[in-house]
Ligand binder design. Sequence first.
Ligand code: APR
Length: 246
Amino acid sequence: MKHLNFFLNTIKHPKIVILTGAGISAESGISTFRDNKGLWENHTVEEVATPEAFARNPELVYRFYNARRQQLLNDEVAPNPAHIALAKLQRKLQQDFVLITQNVDNLHERGGCKNVIHMHGELLSAKCINSNSAVSTVDDVSSCTKCACCDTPSPMRPDIVWFGETPYHMKAIQTHLQEADVFVSIGTSGNVYPAAGFVQEAQYVGAHCIELNLDPSEGQSNFTECHYGQASTLVPWFVDEICAAI
Ligand code: APR
């Protein structure tokens, strides 16, 4: 990482903003969205992750997310060395470390990271379809699950940002990107906006932009440095490089 080391030598307390996608959890046993044709029970992700899909066939959508929630709860998946390395970097950088994830799993937290910004929601949360109030849940969510926030209890839905909906925490994310000295994108295909555009926003303010991924993403040409391989190898290596340089 010659370029990054040189860049870091010129900054006292670099702010590092990291964006993760499904690729960081792949080696933990969680399927990515667009590999293996992105199919689930012969439905595309788009068929189960939209408000229209929920209106058309809520039981299918509940089943899709309940299966994923159970995968987290049944100890079928665990954080891998990439999640653990990012927690090490957070302990080193403290407030100069920001982690934004598109993932709805809890592997960053289980790997030791705090204050994770879940821009696409969380599997272990459900929200009222009427008030949008969210509550933590470890139980299956179904059409029978009713909220406790409305006078007449309303149905709950997975607390997931579906296609066509606005991601969470966008104001805070924009502020972090404007302050970034280094932007690192890990394990994301760069297909879904607004996350896919973060590299350009960071680049605009002069951040050093790095891609760590298995394959080149859609936005590959916007990065200053790209490294390709498995996240469980690349991310610990990258964290060691940063820790040695600052
Ligand atoms: N290590 C590193 N990268 C990996 C690994 C691995 N072991 N395995 C796969 N990848 C990379 C793939 O090369 C791909 O670029 O992870 C990326 C996964 O891409 P997607 O499946 O498109 O996932 P992601 O980019 O997170 O999707 C974004 O789309 O479906 C919506 O809301 C959903 O948050 C999701 C968003």
